[in-house]
Write a protein that binds this ligand. Structure first.
Ligand SMILES: Cc1ncc(C[n+]2csc(CCOP(=O)(O)OP(=O)(O)O)c2C)c(N)n1
Ligand SMILES: [Mg+2]
Length: 331
């Protein structure tokens, strides 16, 4: 059985903490596991365009799809579920496990072969910090009960793959709609609601520039939120989409201001970091300072999040796209 979810538990087995799973990660899972999977349980997943290779037909053919989602509207929207449960993830899983336990009795703990989101080797690349390594570091340094929010963009994928959480910590991404900067600002409300928990935003430079002036609100109300800007000087996700659709890109690279100087001009703390070691020091200082802080992290443009346009894998997906171009249509 394959449990394929929009949210999955992380470091602590059976924990309630959630890790977001991205389309490409699902792609990898599907490639590695779905060929043999008889049952797919989708938890908190909308089975939207990005998670399903553009609503690919037959994705769940010949297998049982169990769809758990808190919103009834998501059920049967794109794929007909064989069984559906309208519920928040945690009570649904507890109920399912209870029911299964009664049916099958005690079982030995599942064997976990590997957790490659944390252990996967990330080779150093020139041109700045590796965003995957930075996401790993964020997970390792996040205080107990800390919350990480991601915005829309490639940085979300890095956080989705590599941020490992412990029980009681949370990660939230901007959902199916994916509004840029939604969490640059949303962090302020979250911090007010949870003043005792560390609130950290992992945002792109494009997202931050969309409404980073809200920093003044955090300063005004002394809200110690930490914004970590994945600064690559581009709309990386859009660049990737342009590349996969047109094999060329345009109008997606831009110059940024000195975000750390900007933060200081707003009476917040600002850090500029160009190496992982500098990031570690800056993040530790920002966590300790209890002050609104912006960390401008210069990341390499060369790191590409795992992305596959096909459940058969990256190469097969590229071949499919080339074939579609020859036929004169899009995918
Ligand atoms: C309000 C809004 N406008 C446009 C988009 C489309 N969009 C999604 S990601 C993205 C680029 C994000 O750039 P950046 O914040 O630098 O993140 P990166 O992909 O570089 O990590 C855009 C334009 C969106 N999701 N929301
Ligand atoms: Mg960017």
């Amino acid at each position: 059985m394959l449990v394929k979810s929009g949210m999955s538990s992380a470091r602590v087995p059976g924990s309630a903490c959630m890790r977001s799973m991205e389309a490409s990660e699902i792609a990898r899972l599907i490639k590695e596991s779905i060929p043999d999977a008889e049952v797919v349980i989708a938890i908190g997943n909308s089975l939207n365009q990005h998670a399903t290779f553009g609503y690919r037909e037959g994705l769940f053919a010949n297998r049982t799809l169990i769809h758990i989602n808190i919103s009834e509207m998501e059920i049967d929207k794109a794929y007909k579920a064989d069984y559906a449960l309208v519920s928040d993830a945690k009570p649904a899983l507890i109920a399912l496990i209870d029911a299964l336990q009664q049916k099958v009795g005690p079982r030995p703990p599942a064997r976990v072969d590997h957790r490659d989101y944390e252990a996967r080797l990330l080779l150093p690349l020139p041109g700045g910090i590796h965003p995957g390594k930075m996401a790993q570091m964020m997970g390792r340094m996040l205080p107990p009960h800390g919350i990480v929010l991601a915005d829309a963009g490639a940085h979300l994928a890095w956080l989705g793959y590599f941020l490992e959480l412990a029980d009681g910590q949370n990660f939230r991404k901007p959902g199916t709609f994916g509004p840029m900067a939604g969490h640059v600002n949303g962090a302020i409300g979250l911090k007010l609601a949870h003043p005792d928990r560390a609130v950290v935003v992992g945002c792109g430079d494009g997202c931050y520039s969309l409404s980073g002036f809200e920093l003044m609100t955090a300063v005004e109300h002394s809200l110690p939120i930490i914004w970590i800007i994945f600064n690559d000087g581009e709309f990386k996700l859009i660049k990737l989409y342009q590349m996969s659709a047109f094999m060329e890109t345009g109008l997606v690279e831009f110059q940024n201001p000195d975000f750390a100087a900007y933060a200081r001009a707003c009476y917040a703390d600002g850090y500029t970091v160009e190496t992982l070691e500098e990031f570690e020091r800056a993040f530790a200082a920002a966590l300790a300072s209890k002050r609104p802080s912006v960390i401008d992290a210069k990341i390499t443009r060369l790191a590409l999040p795992h992305y596959s346009p096909s459940p058969e894998g990256t190469i097969a997906g590229i071949l499919e796209m080339i074939e579609a171009r020859f036929r004169g249509g899009g995918l």
